[in-house]
Ligand binder design. Structure first.
Ligand SMILES: NC(=O)c1ccc[n+]([C@@H]2O[C@H](COP(=O)([O-])OP(=O)(O)OC[C@H]3O[C@@H](n4cnc5c(N)ncnc54)[C@H](O)[C@@H]3O)[C@@H](O)[C@H]2O)c1
Length: 319
């Protein structure tokens, strides 16, 4: 029946989404575009792809979303019914020093995807935005209607730009687009630069954990399986243009995260404090009432369960 095109499908969240769609009998074809960006080891992305490539329903194109001609040929050939756009430069901190690269992938690349989705009459686009759009000024819990003028890093600014461009494609061409503001995703295949990964790696290797500041910053960690379920619901929902928070709505401090890791691994962490990054927000906290109303979605996975799944995966795949 339907062909779903996923950009960034070789990455952490994208590979889970591809896996989920390949299991869905109603999905005929899953097309993935990813340039295997080397921000973290390409071998991890190849490992993710190796789980998907055996399926006859899966097709992979190693292409850059800034390459409009290449994208156009793929859209023409594959005729996707739906697009989920995850491809992006994703590192908040490095975006401060590599703003131009983040701008070109996350804005120009995103524009290419929206424009081709419009040209090829795609039924719906799900665009992955981020909780980074809220910066430090939103009042907790963060609502989709909060003001967004003060993101702390270029990464967040590019995601705001993506959401705003999405609206213009809905307004002028009626292209249905759901923008997901994702809050601190985690789970198997997590990016190695993220805190849960780094801490589990250190604790398993008996190394010292680096705690940013005093560990009082709070994060609304959201399990990747719950995010995939939200995408599934968005693809099926009858919507025009919507911005939707996808978060756990239950933030914990970094110190609490460490306690959970210690409990799950049954190991005591050695901790040293390091200065916090200026571009790192104090708090992320999603109000998910809109997700419930529009998609009938709410987070299901407790932190302890999610961390335990992650640790099991880490032991099997990274030790
Ligand atoms: N992981 C999180 O906590 C989180 C939070 C908020 C938003 N998001 C968003 O979710 C999406 C997926 O994030 P992730 O954590 O899976 O990251 P990821 O880095 O694992 O995945 C992104 C993928 O995009 C690909 N990519 C990068 N530049 C590209 C380009 N020019 N052309 C084609 N492909 C390119 C990368 O190779 C990678 O496989 C991103 O848009 C990210 O901004 C993630």
């Amino acid at each position: 029946m339907k062909t779903v095109l996923i950009t960034g499908g070789a990455g952490f969240i994208g590979s889970h989404l591809c896996e989920h769609l390949l299991r869905d009998p109603k999905v005929k074809r899953v097309v993935c575009i990813d340039n295997l960006d080397p921000t973290y080891p390409v071998k991890y992305k190849k490992e993710n792809l190796s789980l998907l490539l055996p399926s006859k329903k899966f097709k992979f194109y190693k292409k850059d979303i800034r390459d409009r001609k290449a994208l156009e040929a793929i859209f023409k050939k594959e005729k996707p019914d739906y697009v989920v756009h995850l491809a992006a430069k994703t590192d908040t901190r490095s975006s401060v020093h590599e703003a131009a690269e983040h701008e070109s992938v996350n804005i120009l690349g995103t524009l290419n995807i929206f424009d081709l989705a419009k040209d090829h009459k795609v039924k719906k686009v799900v665009f992955f935005s981020s909780s980074s759009v809220y910066g430090n000024t939103a009042k907790p819990p963060f609502k989709e209607t909060d003001m967004l003028n003060f993101p702390l890093a270029p990464y967040g600014a590019t995601k705001i730009a993506g959401e705003v461009l999405a609206y213009t494609y809905f307004f002028n061409f009626g292209l249905p687009i759901v923008c997901f503001r994702i809050f601190n995703a985690y789970g198997p295949r997590l990016r190695p630069s993220l805190v849960l990964y780094k801490w589990v790696e250190s604790i398993m290797g008996g190394k010292v954990i680096e705690m940013s500041g005093t560990g009082t910053r709070k994060r609304d960690f959201t399990y990747v399986g719950d995010i995939v379920e939200a995408v599934d619901r968005a693809l099926k929902a009858d919507v025009g243009y919507e911005i939707v928070n996808v978060g756990n709505s239950s933030p914990i401090t970094l110190k609490e995260l460490l306690r959970i890791i210690e409990k799950v691994t049954r190991k005591k962490a050695l901790v040293k404090s390091r200065p916090s990054s200026k571009a790192s927000v104090e708090l992320t906290y999603a109000d998910v009432s809109k997700a419930k109303k529009v998609l009938g979605w709410k987070p299901k996975t407790s932190m302890e369960k999610g961390v335990s799944i992650f640790v099991d995966w880490f032991k099997e795949n990274r030790l």
